[in-house]
Design a protein. Structure first.
Length: 95
């Protein structure tokens, strides 16, 4: 096993100043993440039953296109999308 193998690293808080965003889709959803300068760093349709994980340096903005069919966690801590949702689209700023 190579020392470079990321699969041996536990899903802990990243130590490089980045935050880990975990996206779980119970329904098809679209997720877009932009950095503090508005540059798109992630944009993808995620299918029901799928999980995606990205790491990004905060602050960054997340838009979830199907908030009722998606759960998010930042560094393992679940986020409540309801206060950030209008017409089933959530807009969240991760600090």
């Amino acid at each position: 096993i190579s020392a470079d193998t990321a699969t041996d690293v536990p899903a802990a808080v990243p130590s490089n100043g980045k935050k880990r965003l975990e996206i779980n889709a119970t329904q098809e959803t679209w997720v877009n993440v932009t950095d503090v300068n508005g540059r798109e760093i992630y944009s993808k349709i995620i299918f029901a039953g799928s999980r995606e994980t990205i790491e990004a340096k905060p602050p960054f903005n997340v838009v979830v296109g199907n908030a009722s069919g998606t759960t998010l966690a930042v560094n393992g801590k679940p986020m409540d999308l309801a206060p950030h949702t209008r017409v089933n689209v959530a807009h969240i700023k991760v600090e």
